[in-house]
Design a protein around this ligand. Structure first.
Ligand code: AMP
Ligand code: MG
Length: 539
């Protein structure tokens, strides 16, 4: 953004709060837990915190909002983005929504610890809602305190920015502040509560509306409000679809199916496991939202989920995410039914999801493997074989694909080369050398030979293929143990690693030779450590 357009002072920031202006409010103003009917939101002020202290902020998000560096370093920044100082024009509110949690309808949930401050327009006319997560109780807090701890806030702040730089649609994070207060959490719900530092993340997105916002109205039979929220969402976030009417509703639903498919393809590409794909955690804009007990695949294991709360059924495991997104879209379709009143067109629109996912997934796999395009006849089997082989021994997904780009494609030499030599570029991807049996080497060796023959058909030189692969196979991701190391330091008052990871993850596809230490498999100590391999919803 051009420097002359940057804001130097937060006092100059102007708000245009369309959501609260155009949609029905809860008439009750007292901040008490309650059931709310017929409203999209409740007005509520953030709690005052003891001592706001800025830990980190995202330059890119600040830039997008038109904030200068001076503004971000001003004394007002931490008090504003921890909720202590409300700016002129802010109208804080919590959104009302419901959701299916782990497959069951849970009724009203709502923003129990998120408070929207208002909407700002940047110089290009783009609209952003600013939202504080962990800013204190709201009418939707139910039995909980409305707060967030540093541990989970570091994870949300770093991961949303990392995802953006990986090219994954996501809500963003402007800032991470400490509140100067302690928050008690029982991390594994096992009767060991502990005081942890409290923190607040300022999240930024065009809108934080979820599938659950629509579901709750339908579940309550509040069809006028349902229509109002749908029309509002179409006009503000999908204006290209035109004036709201039955056809527009269907086109809108199709676009949600398409965007959701695109988002899930990206998750599968980078090895991201959301962990809690409840319908209240599904953004209507197809953005990754609500970073809780998420995790990154280290060894490729489609059955893995980081979320200990889901350890039994593993509903939200990596390999199940595509089906769960479909399940969630079916719930959204049910919620929209009163506006369509016909099943067939909704079902037809819903079909867009599997179609887009299938297409997107094939294109993505072709790109990961460095093919010019996905050739149905040869590539389906090649991909299936690879995914089966990756599971045979513990194989680091990120390192495997990145190293695969380094393979030299010399088809003439294929017969003179043995399996060991062939798989040498991949050796850093394996966790346990003893698992590399002769049988295994034979399987991988055969696959690599087929792969090399397939790549040769594209007639693309190695350099070109390597560079194309390196644009979709990241070198650096927010490995679970790296986030935990940053948290450990941050809890001791040293925020340097949070900032170092933020910097590293701004360019996840670049080599960054000075950062090579972050291109390492999960160390052994992290295998069973809380926060590295196991997380709960307690945050
Ligand atoms: P999640 O699955 O973490 O996105 O949260 C599910 C629901 O619980 C949402 O309505 C949240 O606002 C609410 N929630 C989670 N943690 C807290 C908390 N500490 N205080 C109040 N509400 C919370
Ligand atoms: Mg949530």
């Amino acid at each position: 953004m051009n420097a002359q357009f940057q804001l130097d002072s937060l006092d100059a920031l102007s708000f245009d709060n369309r959501f609260v202006r155009d949609l029905p409010a809860d008439p009750e103003k007292i901040n008490q837990r309650r059931q709310v009917n017929g409203a999209c939101y409740s007005f509520v002020s953030p709690a005052r915190v003891k001592q706001p202290e800025l830990v980190a902020y995202s330059k890119e998000v600040a830039d997008q909002l038109g904030f200068s560096e001076k503004l971000c370093q001003s004394d007002l920044f931490a008090p504003v983005f921890s909720g202590n100082h409300l700016l002129e024009g802010m109208q804080p509110y919590a959104m009302c929504y419901g959701g299916h949690q782990f497959g069951n309808w849970a009724g009203q949930l709502g923003d129990g610890r998120a408070i929207n401050l208002g909407e700002v327009l940047n110089q290009s006319g783009e609209r952003f809602t600013l939202q504080l997560k962990g800013a204190g109780p709201t009418p939707y807090s139910r039995g909980a305190d409305g707060l967030a701890v540093l541990r989970s806030s570091v994870r949300e702040f770093l991961c949303s920015e990392a995802m953006h730089h990986l090219g994954v649609p996501t809500t963003r994070a402007l800032s991470l502040t400490l509140t100067g207060e302690e928050v008690v959490r029982d991390m594994f719900y096992d009767g060991h509560p502990q005081a942890e530092p409290g923190a607040i993340v300022c999240r930024v997105a065009p809108s934080f509306t979820r599938f659950g916002n629509f579901q709750l109205f339908t579940s309550n039979g509040e069809i006028d409000q349902l229509r109002q929220l749908v029309d509002f969402t179409i006009c503000s976030d999908f204006p290209h679809l035109g004036k709201p009417c039955k056809e527009t509703y269907l086109a809108w639903f199709e676009e949600i199916c398409r965007r959701t498919a695109e988002m899930i393809v990206h998750w599968q590409r980078v090895g991201f496991v959301h962990g809690v794909m409840n319908t209240d955690n599904m953004s209507i804009l197809g953005l990754t939202i609500d970073y809780g007990p998420y995790g990154w695949l280290e060894n490729y294991d489609p059955d893995w989920t980081p979320n200990t709360t889901d350890a039994q059924g593993r509903r939200y495991r990596y390999g199940h995410q595509p089906q769960i997104a479909m399940w969630n879209l079916v719930q959204l379709a049910n919620a929209l039914y009163p506006l369509i009143e016909e099943t067939a067109p909704l079902e037809k629109s819903l079909d867009i999801y599997p179609q887009s996912f299938q297409q997107g997934w094939q294109d993505m796999m072709a790109q990961k493997l460095g093919f010019l395009a996905f050739e149905e006849t040869s590539d389906k089997a090649l991909v299936d074989d690879l995914l089966a082989i990756l599971k045979l021994v513990e194989t680091d997904m990120t390192i495997f694909y990145r190293q695969l780009a380094r393979l030299n494609i010399n088809i003439e030499k294929l017969n003179d080369i043995d399996n060991d030599e062939l798989m040498a570029p991949l050796k850093d991807a394996f966790y346990v050398t003893e698992q590399l049996s002769e049988d295994y080497k034979e399987s991988l060796g055969n696959w690599l030979r087929n792969y090399i023959r397939r790549v040769a058909k594209d007639n693309r030189n190695d350099e070109e293929r390597r560079s194309a692969m390196n644009k979709v196979n990241p070198k650096y991701v927010l490995r679970n143990y790296l986030a935990q190391l940053a948290i450990d330091k941050s809890e001791q008052g040293d925020h340097s690693m949070v900032n170092e990871l933020l910097e590293l993850l701004r360019r996840p596809y670049d080599e960054q030779p000075e950062m090579e230490k972050y291109y390492e498999k999960r160390p052994d100590w992290a295998r069973q450590r809380a926060g590295c391999s196991m997380l709960s919803c307690s945050s």
